[in-house]
Design a protein around this ligand. Structure first.
Ligand SMILES: O=P(O)(O)OC[C@@]1(O)O[C@H](CO)[C@@H](O)[C@@H]1O
Ligand SMILES: [Mn+2]
Length: 436
């Protein structure tokens, strides 16, 4: 480990930038090669030309990355370009005069986000394939690889929870805890950490919960339960209880989030759910609006009756306005969340309407905590650095070396027995922050 301009450039970060990011770029180039005919059929010669140009831009990008070239401003005229280029200037100002931000010499969080935005820029510059999602194939494959687990969850929701009104409070709490854990462990299925290798859910999601419980390092599920049940008890017939879920990966993880949302609505713990997805293809498997709509349609047309019932119900909830999908450019900027109030005031104001914001996944956790090398025992509230639009919680499996809110010795216990405990995705947290 070494310090660089107050950012600790960490060994895992270096591995990611030097090895994993080029692998991801290579997969993207390979995907474009493999879809050449599709581009020709759809767009003729123009499609082939666009594919060729995009591949050469991405090959050049990969070389820049691998040879630690300076980071350059974006120029694809999309609305987020000024924010990206201001951020580059901010990074420039952190350095002394003659140095320039470069791939190895800039904060990991920034250069990784920057790479995904540069991939998008390469496509945007090459109509008519400018709206092509280079990760779509991987996300779809991951969905189909997780079919058994998805069927198990839809069956559980439709069969086991069909008489949800008859459940008493204790049973309701138990079901909430189960589905919070299913949503937490759904976060293991992320294609960025696997650099695109299959990372689908094979085991039955509900059967494995008990022996995974000990792997939850921070368990604030009780706090989430009391916030929701008290809000339900206090709520008059015309009032709203709103939960926002800041989504992470498409495929299996998105299903776990939809199942959790359905339970929250059907149990009347919550009256509306707001989902937040990404505006552009991001970190290989993150959910875009296209992924969200495709997933609902896919369920509806499934030949499994419980899957299609879920798909119909969820489309109905969207039509009724109790399930709302948002996407804001802030989620695909490099900024830490403590700057949201300044950088994306409209989004911060929107999130202030929520009673509970659930942040899914590791990248969101890194942005919540500013991706700093905090001491493990620093309180979560302190690491949030005044980011607090509403009570919030993180459901995150550990895939990068930042963790706060642990008890003394809880992190240190792994240093010898499991040195990669923070990056292997085996451990998780359900970490809650109540109020300012
Ligand atoms: O946010 P997610 O999907 O849980 O994880 C994103 C991730 O795979 O990408 C980064 C490493 O490349 C890390 O933040 C993390 O490992
Ligand atoms: Mn992700």
């Amino acid at each position: 480990m070494y310090y660089f301009d107050s950012f600790l450039v960490r060994s895992f970060a270096y591995f990611t930038i030097k090895d994993r990011l080029p692998q991801i770029l290579t997969r993207v180039i390979d995907t474009l090669h493999r879809h050449k005919n599709e581009f020709f059929e759809e767009h003729g010669e123009k499609g082939i030309e666009a594919e060729k140009n995009t591949i050469s831009i991405l090959s050049k990008l990969r070389n820049e990355l691998q040879t630690d070239k300076p980071l350059v401003p974006l120029d694809d005229k999309l609305p987020d370009v000024p924010l990206w280029n201001q951020y580059l200037e901010y990074q420039q100002n952190l350095l002394d005069g003659n140095e320039q931000p470069s791939w190895f010499q800039s904060p990991w969080l920034y250069v990784e986000c920057y790479m995904y935005r540069r991939i998008h820029e390469a496509l945007v510059h090459n109509p008519p394939i400018d709206d092509y999602d280079v990760f779509k194939e991987a996300k779809i494959e991951s969905f189909f690889e997780s079919q058994q687990a998805i069927i198990a969850l839809c069956t559980y929701l439709q069969e086991h929870l069909k008489n949800i009104e008859d459940l008493d409070e204790k049973q309701l709490q138990e079901e909430l805890f189960k589905l919070l854990q299913v949503s937490l462990w759904g976060n293991k299925c992320d294609l960025s950490i696997s650099a695109g290798e299959d990372n689908s859910q094979k085991a039955s999601p509900l059967k494995s919960l008990d022996n995974l419980k000990t792997l939850i390092l921070v368990d604030d599920m009780e706090s989430i339960w009391s916030l929701l049940i008290n809000s339900k008890k206090r709520r008059t017939s015309i009032e709203v209880t709103r939960v926002d879920i800041v989504l992470d990966n498409a495929g299996y993880e998105l299903i776990t989030d939809l199942i959790l949302a359905d339970f929250l609505l059907s149990s009347k713990l919550v009256t509306e759910i707001h989902f937040h997805g990404k505006c552009i293809p991001w970190y290989v498997s993150d959910t875009t609006k296209q992924d969200f709509n495709w997933t609902i349609k896919q369920l509806q047309s499934a030949n499994n009756r419980w899957m299609s019932r879920c798909g119909m119900n969820w489309e109905g909830s969207i039509k009724k306005g109790v399930l709302v999908y948002h996407d804001h450019i802030f989620w695909t900027l490099p900024h830490e969340f403590c700057s949201m109030a300044q950088v994306a005031t409209d989004l911060y104001t929107e999130l202030q309407k929520s009673h509970l914001i659930i942040f899914k996944g590791d990248l969101n956790y890194r942005k919540l905590t500013g991706d700093r090398k905090w001491e493990f025992t620093v309180p979560f509230h302190q690491a949030l650095n005044k980011f607090h639009p509403a009570p919030l919680c993180s459901l995150r499996t550990l895939k990068s070396d930042v963790q706060v809110g642990l008890k003394p010795g809880q992190g240190e216990q792994f240093v010898t027995s499991e040195p990669d405990w923070m990056i292997c995705g085996k451990y998780g947290v359900v970490q809650f922050d109540a109020s300012l």
